[in-house]
Write a protein that binds this ligand. Structure first.
Ligand SMILES: NC(=O)c1ccc[n+]([C@@H]2O[C@H](COP(=O)([O-])OP(=O)(O)OC[C@H]3O[C@@H](n4cnc5c(N)ncnc54)[C@H](OP(=O)(O)O)[C@@H]3O)[C@@H](O)[C@H]2O)c1
Length: 381
């Protein structure tokens, strides 16, 4: 039997999620075909991907100094918004940073393409809009992020009776640090995540736990569940990727070796399980113990702060994501201290003027406003 290959547009193909998505394509060449690849600046990596996967279309930052490289391949540079509409695209993998995937996601949903969602910022800042649009167009949003993906696995086959979602958090690189040492932490120390290899922004967000607050919001929108029904527990081993508690008190958990390729594969195959020899299997006898710890508010003050603004809707989530982007960038450039990420976010959000029932443009404007405001306010810290 000939299987029709699913066409993929991979936004953020040169990043951590993008390259791991391509590794799944490499493992299953009879199931997937790369239709489009999009990146920002990493021409060297994109060039190798073009040579290996021969996509139909390419998108990259038009102001890149290396933009002429495309001539070598006879491609023209197209917008991600146009790439996703290609009739050969079945699934759009949204794996860029910040809100750069937002407009392409909306175009993709309007063109009735299913979405493999890694870029949590998009659903966090435009959750209502994306959910309504996906429903109207009968489009599926498959979570690639390991925590919502784990929940997705746990609720499969369960018609009702979900009492709460329990997201697990590793605690990032600072989990054994004293808070009075936060101002001395270098970017290299905070980038040294104990369990996961990820892009820089999400790795820092793991240590502030803003990443976990974003996942709470992501799960709220993806699973249409109340905020009060989502708990977070620290689980330093990152073996259980999340859990669901049902009405009868049963808890289902998804366990696996921490490797993003597993949730990506599960999403690409639309919840059908496949054998992939490249994925390491868990040996339970070698784990010894699994720990669950209450989050210490003092250690992760950004978690409560972020959650407070994410629950407000309007343009607050966009402003939060914008200022977090700037704060992380400034920390990585040694311009602010790790503990000043909190201060800068709080200071910037205190000056935000939210828009009621915002449209996509107002959402993006608020995100950009907070990013810019953050650079100014950081000078006063
Ligand atoms: N990494 C993980 O394990 C993980 C897990 C769950 C969720 N996520 C989420 O997935 C998203 C990507 O994370 P990541 O860790 O893969 O980040 P990353 O390694 O920094 O990669 C980001 C990718 O996006 C591209 N990009 C950035 N801005 C762009 C723009 N304006 N237009 C087109 N492409 C752009 C980058 O291109 P260049 O390489 O050319 O700069 C790169 O390909 C984030 O939202 C993150 O929260 C990641």
């Amino acid at each position: 039997m000939v299987i029709k290959k699913k066409g993929l547009a991979i936004l953020g193909s040169t990043g951590s999620i993008g390259t791991q998505t391509l590794d799944i394509v490499r493992s299953f060449p009879n199931n997937f075909k790369v239709i489009g690849l999009a990146a920002n600046n990493n021409i060297a990596c994109l060039k190798n991907q073009i040579e290996e996967f021969s996509p139909k279309s390419i998108s990259f930052n038009p102001s890149s100094p290396n933009k002429h490289f495309l001539k070598h391949f006879s491609y023209s540079n197209i917008l991600m918004e146009d790439m996703v509409k290609d009739p050969d695209v079945d699934i759009v993998i949204a794996a860029t940073n910040g809100c750069s995937s937002l407009k392409p996601i909306i175009e993709a949903i309007n063109s009735k393409k299913n979405i493999g969602l890694a870029n949590k910022e998009s659903i966090v800042i435009a959750g209502k809009l994306i959910s309504q649009l996906a429903k109207k167009n009968d489009v599926n949003i498959y979570p690639l992020d390991s925590e919502p993906n784990a929940i997705w696995q746990c609720i499969k086959g369960e018609d009702s009776g979900v009492n709460k979602l329990i997201l697990t958090a590793s605690g990032g690189a600072v989990r054994n640090e004293k808070t009075n040492n936060y101002s001395n932490l270098t970017p290299e120390q905070v980038l040294n995540h104990p369990n996961w290899k990820m892009g820089g922004k999400i790795t820092i967000d793991s240590s502030t736990m803003i990443n976990k607050a974003l996942e709470v919001a992501e799960s709220h929108w993806l699973f249409n569940i109340g905020w009060e029904q989502i708990d977070v527990v620290m689980h330093p081993e990152s073996i259980i990727h999340s859990m669901v508690e049902f009405d009868d008190g049963s808890i289902k958990a998804q366990l696996s070796h921490p490797d993003m390729r597993l949730p990506i594969q599960y999403a690409l195959f639309e919840q059908k399980r496949q054998i992939n020899p490249k994925l390491t299997r868990l040996d339970l006898t070698k784990i010894n113990q699994l720990n669950f710890i209450k989050i210490e508010q003092q250690k992760y003050p950004c978690f409560d702060l972020a959650l407070e603004f994410l629950k407000l809707n309007e343009t607050w989530p966009a402003a939060l994501c914008g200022i977090d982007e700037t704060a992380v960038e400034l920390f990585l450039k040694n311009k602010i201290k790790f503990n000043q990420i909190y201060t800068l976010i709080e200071k910037t959000l205190s000056t935000h003027k939210p828009k009621d029932n915002p449209n996509i443009h107002q959402i993006i404007d608020s995100y950009n406003w907070a990013k810019e405001e953050g650079y100014q306010l950081a000078k006063e810290l």
